[in-house]
Design a protein around this ligand. Structure first.
Ligand SMILES: [Zn+2]
Length: 166
């Protein structure tokens, strides 16, 4: 497909022509294949972001479950082996609260990633902004998150991307 094909009649136009010589249709700038390519990348980023969010929710559920069972394990004496300055009960409670807190933070990020991915795929500006924020945080999740973050931020900060979003 030529870069300067008339969208109405298919007549080929020269790069400097703004109207089709055959039917008079106004011609868009010859950037359509490139825009199509970028739209493809945006859809891939959205899908990957949603998949990350779902995996994040599963990981959160696992840790939340684990945190909930620490007091039970403690009661069974499984975690009662230490005789340090802190009692094992204090340590177990601290660990349980910490893991539960991390699980909640993970749930929030995972839900934000799923929502941003959906909005991104619908070309909503909130999805673009949200994905850039998620992408920035993802940079620290080596290696998969780093790859996603770099690719996502690279694509979404391209000047031709912003006009695609409402
Ligand atoms: Zn035409």
């Amino acid at each position: 497909m030529s870069l300067n094909e008339c969208p109405n009649c298919g007549e080929l136009a020269k790069p400097n022509e703004f109207f089709c010589q055959s039917c008079g249709t106004a011609l868009t700038r010859p950037d359509r294949p490139r825009t199509k390519e970028i739209r493809g990348y945006i859809q891939i980023i959205g899908v990957v972001e949603i998949v990350f969010g779902i995996v994040g929710l599963l990981v959160s559920a696992f840790f939340g479950f684990f945190a909930a069972f620490i007091p039970a394990l403690m009661a069974e004496g499984v975690l009662n082996a230490s005789d340090g300055a802190l009692t094992s009960q204090t340590v177990a409670t601290f660990v349980a609260v910490f893991i539960a807190f991390m699980a909640i933070v993970f749930v929030i990020f995972s839900l934000a990633a799923i929502l941003s991915g959906i909005k991104l795929m619908q070309y909503k500006n909130s999805g673009r902004i949200g994905t850039m924020i998620i992408g920035a945080f993802s940079l620290f999740v080596i290696p998969v998150g780093t790859i996603f973050g770099v690719a996502g931020l690279y694509i979404l900060t391209k000047p031709e991307v912003e006009p695609l979003f409402s």
